[in-house]
Design a protein around this ligand. Sequence first.
Ligand code: N01
Length: 541
Amino acid sequence: MNPETPSAPAKGPADVDVVVVGAGIAGLYALHRFRGSGLTVRVFEAGDGVGGVWYWNRYPGARCDVESVDYSYSFDDALQQEWNWSEKYATQPEILAYLEHVADRYDLRRDIEFGTRVTDIVLDEQTLRWQVDTDTGRAVSARFVVLATGPLSNANIPAIDGLDTFAGQILRTSHWPHEGVDLTGRRVGVIGTGSSGIQTIPCVAEQAERLHVFQRTANYSVPAGNTPLTDQDRAAHKANYPERTRLSMASGGGSPHQAHPQSAIAVSERERREAYEKRWALGGVLFSKTFPDQLTSLAANDTAREFWEQKVRAVIEDPAVADLLVPRDHPIGTKRICTDTNYYQTFNRDNVELVDLKATPITRIDAAGVHTTDAHYPLDTLVLATGFDAMTGSVSRMNIVGRGGETLNHAWHEGPKTYLGLGMSGFPNLFNLTGPGSPSVLANMVLHSELHVDWVAAAIGFLDARGAVALEARQEAVSAWVLECVNRAAGTLMMQANSWYLGANIEGRPRVFMPFVGGFGVYGEIIAEVAAAGYKGFDII
Ligand code: N01
């Protein structure tokens, strides 16, 4: 702990069975599940409320790209039956309201310390307990530490010369003001055209007097196809939850979607077009999974890309603008495909201008606006939609020290090294949820969180039943799993994009494809088999 940190406020116990870091989707369920096993649990959360990404990312247009019916906890049928989603893709406020409801319903807040950021997690090698320190001075000793910090929670603020001299308002999509912002009559610039930028740009354009979209790299986006849900839709979902969950748990990405049974190139031109048209009409990210080989065969991928390009060009009035909005540098779906509501149509508006940063990069920002190599854009508001230090960013902000004084940051300096994404050699009883080495961001985060938390809860039960103290991944199991993940990624097209999956958006991060790409269902089977085989690959201490 920093010696200058004020002394600890007298709240909560000093000793618990489990510390959970983060009160987002995974952390909330972890608290509920572990408490249900009779364990004492303390959750530390940096925000002042529950929800994780859905607490912070309040920008206009923020919405989930997984259907609301599937982006719901499955652990309690009563919860599923009582909650009513209003739209096919829920907005941020509705998801946050759902998570707040969950926190209240299961009385979770009494074990969560809000406004508290974990700074240090240090192993006592004698007792194998973890000392957890926080920025409020609260310190707790725990037998288990569960990191539920989320793969997309550490914002990337670009190092643009003069950013701090801008005299107008700077907004970050990842930390949008809770009171909301009225952009009426303002000259706004948005930097970043990933999922966040693409969702917020149409909303900003409706308010702003003038909007400059600063695009460095074009992205693929498909219409979200959002619709309000009727009572009939909800009744059908509620009757079908068990089947949807069963299909989702066995699927590639944690949704009940079934891809076309054949390769995109094995079917006739007509059948292929029909399949894409059907998926396009349904909307959403599953366009990338219309055919099973879209992310493994470039020829198959090209068919999807060409279909996408025709659709998108058809709604952009100026062909020169369309040329800029069509990506040229990566196969479709090898970066997280974006979903939008009228994104491309927004560039037909008179008050919107696309600035091509590939041709005319930003040179600096001054008090009045943004300079590129060929113009100065005067702005009142600058929106940074510049992404995240993904997957490892939030974990790396904590000083995690395991056996022999080894830090997790050092252990991961060539890229994250885990066994099954869950365990790390030298860090007994430390579990990382939905992070590198697991399907993570390639899967539905709610079901993924449940899968991981249930696995950890069962592992703790296993240890306790044997009177054992700790579970620790063996070094050889870690090495084999890292290789397995690398080999699986190499068998796909995913390595062909400079994506944040690879840490490519953050200078200095090693270029390693971080998620397990073999599919959510396959992964679930692997970790279940490991558990059934007495936690094969782990030392039981
Ligand atoms: O971040 P991103 P995001 N100068 O990294 C640009 C999830 N999510 O927050 O590509 C200029 O995708 C950068 O340009 P480039 C989802 O998984 C989901 O949008 O590096 N530009 C890029 O355009 C998603 O994938 C939902 O050339 C700079 C943008 O900023 C993930 O979060 C909604 C720059 C960052 O895009 C991240 O999405 C929102 C610079 N110096 C997010 N630095 C849904 O559920 C960065 N950029 C729908």
